[in-house]
Design a protein. Structure first.
Length: 434
């Protein structure tokens, strides 16, 4: 035990002193931060799509209800277009070139529309787009387009066509200063798409297909979830991985939707719906809800019991910051170990069950992560099989937490009693002075 504690202490020191500063610098980088914020900004559109999925369940009981699919298509289905606008907008915001952030955003959207390869009629009176390219499958195209436009605008941001003393209004100066980066962006895109006849969208999809395959594999599914939990146990947000993994998860669920609509089975398991709405993240990353319930109702330590009860309502809605930092789990070797185990074994079990066809793979977007289990499970995978798998995961995570909880509760109880004894033996200074 001593050697284990020493190993945990050295690991904790390394993560705090070496790894965490590097991670913080990475997430604080203007380009990474802008990418994160751009994706986060479109989350409400995804939630609207999730709400439509929830409402569409009623169609099974009330066939007369209208088909609300177009609302999903023009919210979740336009993710790529939104991100292409938001990335250069956010970069210009953080670079303090706020007077050209809207123009940069519009240029990003224009470049994205050109890159997804629309076709024009012979008379030029109509244009045709492949709609799926606007959504999650076009996310990497939109990210590359947005970052490229942001880089061009950043490069030309200090170029001034007029002196500061000019009498022209500021907005007219911005117009002329922005013309060159706009022109350069659109000319280069035109040369690639219309002159070079390159399908940039298809090329980017092909380029990222190995990464997609890794993420959707068993080891990609399990290890990426574990890495997020591992970082979280050292106080670092799992959002560090967000810009890389989330677009792939969105692409996964959109591909599942398209496959089912075409009469084929869903195949992508690494989606938000599986991890945080279906089975794995019960109470939040690391499946902390069983621990919260144990603390709230079984703990002998008054301190742990109070923490558990304070964390109960957030835990039911899959918000586990109170228990992660209140128990705490973070930097606490006794609770970090089961936290890690519950970030490895349940994902492995869920992946096996879904890939074996024992439980239907989710094929509708539903990212209302705060929806309590088992309701969320039923929504993403209606049927008894999904609920049975959830019960197995709950039992497994509970058994994993139980011995560590008991040990920690005994330790906390001793600490509570020692503190009470210390308070009882401490002289009342104020009373003695009186």
């Amino acid at each position: 035990m001593k050697s284990f504690n020493a190993w945990m202490e050295s690991l904790s020191d390394y993560m705090s002193d070496k790894f965490s500063p590097v991670a913080n610098r990475l997430t604080g980088n203007v380009w990474v931060k802008s990418l994160q914020e751009a994706i986060m900004a479109v989350v409400p559109m995804i939630l609207v799509g999730s709400l439509i999925t929830l409402i569409s369940i009623l169609n099974n009981f009330f066939p007369w209800m209208p088909n609300l699919t177009p609302i999903n298509q023009f919210s979740f289905g336009l993710m790529g277009l939104f991100v292409a606008f938001l990335i250069p907008y956010q970069v210009m915001q953080h670079k303090d070139f706020r007077d050209r952030r809207l123009i940069a955003g519009m240029t990003g959207a224009a470049a994205f529309l050109m890159l997804i390869g629309p076709t024009f009629s012979e008379d030029g009176a109509s244009i045709t787009f492949t709609f799926e390219r606007f959504g999650a499958t076009g996310m990497f195209t939109s990210i590359i387009a947005g970052l490229a436009v942001a880089a061009i605008f950043n490069l030309f941001a200090k170029l001034k066509m007029f002196r500061n003393s000019t009498a022209l209004p500021d907005f007219i100066i911005v117009w002329f200063d922005s013309m060159l980066p706009i022109l350069l962006t659109l000319v280069v895109t035109w040369l690639l798409v219309d002159v070079g006849h390159l399908d940039i969208y298809a090329g980017i999809v092909t380029l990222f297909s190995p990464l997609t395959a890794i993420v959707q594999s068993f080891w990609g599914f399990v290890l990426l979830y574990f890495i997020g939990a591992f970082l979280y146990s050292f106080g670092m947000s799992a959002w560090i991985l967000f810009p890389l993994i989330y677009p792939l998860q969105l692409q996964g669920i959109q591909d599942n939707m398209a496959a089912v609509a075409a009469g084929h089975p869903a195949t992508n398991i690494n989606t938000w719906e599986v991890l945080y709405s279906g089975w794995v993240g019960i109470g939040g990353i690391g499946a902390t809800l069983p621990l919260v319930i144990m603390m709230a109702f079984w703990a002998k330590s008054a301190r742990l019991r109070a923490i558990g009860r304070a964390s109960l309502v957030p835990g039911v809605f899959n918000i586990n910051e109170p228990i992660v930092f209140g128990a705490p789990i973070a930097f606490n070797p006794l609770l970090m170990v089961p936290f890690w185990i519950n970030s490895l074994i349940p994902p492995a079990l869920v992946y096996w069950a879904l890939s074996a066809g024992l439980v239907p793979i989710p094929s509708q977007v539903f990212q209302m992560w705060y929806t309590p289990f088992p309701f969320a499970t039923w929504i993403v995978s209606p049927g008894i099989a999904g609920l049975i798998l959830l019960l197995v995961v709950v039992a497994l995570t509970t058994l994993t937490w139980l011995p560590f909880f008991r040990a920690y509760d005994r330790q906390a109880l001793v600490e509570d009693e020692a503190e009470e004894d210390e308070l009882a033996t401490t002289p009342d200074v104020a009373g003695a002075a009186a």
